[in-house]
Design a protein around this ligand. Structure first.
Ligand code: BG6
Length: 472
């Protein structure tokens, strides 16, 4: 692997703490960082290098659902040796003068974990300091979702980006695309021939996508209150999930072919502003940095359709929220019941194909089985492919680790391009415009009753994510 300098704008941000620093630790442990690779962390606060090391230690030992393994001292020390801290203002030329002294490699990745309002200053300064292009190595830019806050702002940001960088330098990151469990959906669907003929309107009754979290917004009020659930995870992570589960087979397993199929799904999604529900957990308005009369959604549930012949009239229900009953992210493909079940005892429990993104990671098929005995009694069971090994013990690479490796290799397959991001907003904008006063729901519930009604009207109900499969 090439050596490079990773520059993290916003090293003290939540993103750096929750994702990037733990991913760098894992890469260090696996020996994936070339010997000369160095890391520069930039933030405003004054901190000596030793304080930065202390901070990294705290971050690595913090409660983190995705990073739960023990921290080895020698790995931690090796990682700290790569780090240099720069305190400075993004808008200040001195920051870039200092930065230039720390660029020990001809290859550079700039990773932006700052507020988007600061991007233009960063790009401007990088260009002014001849840091946006390189003649001898490569320079790449990783920026986080959400790209913009609606379609016009996404277009403006994409325009801004391409004013300074070429498209092949830009890596628009949505960490769901780096999840092994999401990437495996494509392999499962296209490397096995038996399921794909069933994934269409003839066999599928409907599709559900759930991303529920049993925790609140924590200290992220400043960011979250401006965004809300629909734009925080609905515009991006959940649309990626949907497109992976429903796209047609790409002509080749290349970035371009996959992007082409993904985008067809997003562009064909039908926004139905009369079929969206927004919720807010009780007590949200008292969270840190949240407006006391905030109407930000911490929950949403919607219904949509894909306008293509393959999924014609197959409803898709998507929901996400904080402080819900449990933490689980999954896609459930619910199959139709055959019109003539052989025996009334067989009941009407549908088959469900579940892509469980987390926890109990796996791909499982819910089937009906006979309970052993003299009677014909039906028991739902799971045929399962499980990752089996505890993901917190590193077996499944962290998405940031995978995406950083891809960016190092210049591989764009699991990043978004401008067109994809804009298509996502084109779907979300008319729905977001419908947000009024969100319905309140109790912490620990499954969201407001209105979300249940959304399905009940169609004679369906939400599936509660099961923890009965892929237990470690
Ligand atoms: C982030 C959102 O992008 O994704 C968070 O900003 C959300 O609000 C998180 O909690 C979910 O990611 P994961 O990997 O924990 O499912």
């Amino acid at each position: 692997m090439d050596s490079f300098t990773l520059v993290i704008f916003g090293i003290t941000s939540n993103l750096a703490q929750k994702y990037m620093i733990p991913a760098l630790y894992d890469m260090e442990e696996k020996g994936m960082l070339a010997i000369d690779t160095n890391i520069v962390g930039i933030a405003r606060r004054q901190m000596a290098n030793e304080d930065l090391h202390k901070y990294i230690g705290q971050v690595l030992n913090m409660e983190n659902i995705h990073h739960r393994h023990a921290i080895k001292e020698e790995v931690f020390n090796r990682l700290c040796d790569r780090f240099e801290y720069l305190s400075g203002e993004i808008e200040d030329q001195t920051t870039y003068d200092n930065l230039k002294k720390e660029l020990k490699n001809k290859n550079i990745i700039f990773y932006l974990a700052t507020y988007p309002e600061l991007y233009s200053y960063i790009f401007e300064h990088l260009q002014k300091n001849n840091l946006s292009k390189s003649r001898t190595g490569w320079i790449r830019l990783m920026i986080e979702k959400p790209i913009g806050h609606d379609l016009p702002s996404a277009k403006a940001l994409n325009g801004l980006l391409t004013g300074y960088f070429t498209e092949d330098q830009i890596f628009r990151l949505d960490h769901y695309l780096g999840k092994e469990t999401l990437q495996n959906i494509l392999t499962f669907r296209f490397a096995n021939d038996i399921f794909e003929p069933l994934i269409n309107k003839n066999f599928i009754d409907h599709i559900q996508i759930t991303a529920s979290e049993d925790f609140g917004i924590g200290k992220r009020g400043g960011y979250y209150d401006q965004v809300g659930a629909l734009k925080d995870v609905g515009q991006n992570h959940q649309l990626q999930m949907l497109s992976f589960a429903t796209m047609d087979a790409p002509a080749k397993f290349t970035s371009l072919s996959i992007a082409k199929e993904k985008i067809k799904i997003i562009k064909n999604l039908q926004p139905l502003p009369d079929h969206i529900v927004f919720g807010q957990y009780e007590g949200y308005q008292q969270e840190e940095n949240v407006l006391p009369d905030s109407s930000t959604d911490t929950f949403y549930a919607l219904k949509t359709f894909i306008k293509n012949s393959r999924f014609e009239n197959v409803p898709i229900y998507i929901r996400a929220g904080k402080k819900l009953n449990q933490t689980a992210t999954e896609i459930s493909i619910v199959f139709k019941n055959p019109p003539n079940r052989l025996h009334v005892n067989f009941g009407d429990e549908p088959n469900v194909l579940i892509y469980r993104i987390q926890p109990n990671e796996g791909i499982v098929f819910k089937i009906s089985t006979k309970l052993p005995g003299y009677e014909t009694k039906i028991k739902p069971e799971y045929m399962q492919y499980c990752y089996r090994i505890d993901p917190h013990k590193h077996y499944i690479p962290d998405p940031y680790e995978k995406l950083l490796v891809d960016a190092m290799r210049g591989e764009h397959t699991f990043f978004n391009d401008a067109e994809a991001v804009e298509a996502q907003w084109a779907f979300i904008d008319p729905l977001a415009a419908r947000r009024g006063k969100p319905a309140q729901y109790k912490a620990g519930s499954w969201g407001p009753k209105e979300a249940d009604r959304l399905l009940e009207k169609d004679g369906r109900k939400w599936l509660e994510p099961s923890m009965d499969f892929c237990r470690i």
